[in-house]
Design a protein around this ligand. Structure first.
Ligand SMILES: NC(=O)c1ccc[n+]([C@@H]2O[C@H](COP(=O)([O-])OP(=O)(O)OC[C@H]3O[C@@H](n4cnc5c(N)ncnc54)[C@H](O)[C@@H]3O)[C@@H](O)[C@H]2O)c1
Length: 336
């Protein structure tokens, strides 16, 4: 039975990954998470008593803590998701993004490398350090630009994307210099259940349900590629199992949508599921001053992961969005 250390497993994508891996594999899974404001242990309630699931409340910047965990569990792979992940927060307070995303990734790489180099040949060969990153490291596109490929230059524009770009570079360098087997995935915007309600989709759903303003930056024409979180976690598994060491894989939903369209779609779905008696949800939409360094467009070319790992996204945007809205409606505990 393989043992996998997952960092950031109490977060939105990490918890979805852990629930999926418990259900679909025989892996023993160790969740390393500091449980910041973005961590949510309720997202793990369905697996918390599973005999193949273990939780270590630890900061990835804590070298001693990490060394103990490597000694205790002797993993076959690391999937690294722990990060500060919200662009707006990175603009207001970048320090924690540098600590966790850069120093934390460095600390985790060092602990992984020290452990890895003591393993026998077979275990060294099959070991993987899988770094989960974002398409935002590539900067922004104009309307007519082709989608980002793995060869697109790194041009990060926010403190968040710069810190993730730095972490990607560290992972690559540890592979090139020390030969520790790594893979990197760069994914577009995720949505789905258990996303912390500071990100566009859950924030819009919850504000609409409370009859609050639905703020949209600028004129709302910024474009993102959206991927349902279950599709992303399946891609992570396939890249872990089939990806080529040292390679980077772009993962996208093949689904470019403007921010204003995302908000309008949510309003339509809510009108259908829980109509307001006297108003329309889209009357709550307001446009606010654009955020500094706001990337105009992201689009992902996922041909490489399709060809090399056999992955394609399965969920179309409207059905994924309906599932997401339905989940937030049912999970009233997230609505304070
Ligand atoms: N959400 C997206 O759309 C998206 C898209 C592409 C890539 N990513 C990347 O995927 C990863 C997960 O994203 P997410 O949306 O689930 O993030 P999230 O903010 O929901 O969760 C992050 C998790 O990391 C934990 N964490 C933070 N700092 C830590 C530290 N110092 N030590 C240990 N744990 C710590 C938090 O407690 C939380 O559980 C991140 O690396 C992010 O950059 C996210």
């Amino acid at each position: 039975m393989k043992t996998i250390l997952v960092t950031g497993g109490a977060g939105f994508i990490g918890s979805s990954l852990l629930r999926y891996l418990i259900k679909s594999t025989s892996y023993r899974l160790i969740n390393i998470d500091k449980v910041t404001y973005a961590g949510n242990l309720r997202a793990l309630e369905s697996i918390e008593n599973h005999p193949r699931y273990f939780f270590e409340k630890t900061d990835i910047c804590d070298t001693k803590g990490l060394v103990k965990i490597f000694d205790k569990y002797r993993p076959d792979a690391v999937i690294h998701l722990a990060a500060e992940s919200h662009v707006d927060r990175s603009i207001d307070k970048p320090n924690q993004f540098i600590n966790t995303n850069v120093v934390g990734t460095f600390t985790l790489l060092e602990a992984s490398f020290k452990y890895w180099k003591l393993q026998n040949y077979k275990k060294k060969e099959s070991f993987r350090f899988h770094h989960v990153s974002t398409d935002e490291v590539y900067g922004e596109l104009n309307l007519k630009d082709p989608a980002f490929t793995e060869e697109s230059p790194y041009l990060p524009n926010s403190p968040y994307s710069a810190s993730k770009a730095a972490s990607d570079h560290l992972v690559r360098a540890w592979y090139k210099t020390y030969k520790i087997p790594v893979v990197i995935t760069n994914c577009s915007n995720n949505y789905g259940p258990f996303q912390y309600p500071e990100k566009l989709i859950p924030l819009t759903i919850l504000n609409a349900l409370k009859g609050r303003k639905l703020s949209v930056y600028g004129d709302g024409t910024n474009i993102r590629d959206w991927i349902y979180v279950d599709d992303h976690v399946e891609a992570i598994r396939l890249v872990l199992e089939k990806g080529i060491v040292g390679e980077t894989y772009n993962i996208g939903g093949n689904c470019e949508v403007t921010n204003i369209e995302v908000v309008r779609r949510i309003c339509e779905i809510l009108s259908d599921m829980v109509p307001m008696p006297s108003r329309r949800y889209d009357e709550l939409i307001t446009f606010t001053e654009d955020r500094p360094g706001h990337d105009f467009r992201y689009a992902i070319n996922s041909e490489k992961v399709k060809i090399q790992c056999g992955w394609v996204p399965k969920t179309d945007f409207l059905s994924g969005l309906r599932k997401t809205v339905a989940w937030y409606l049912k999970d009233t505990r997230t609505i304070d």
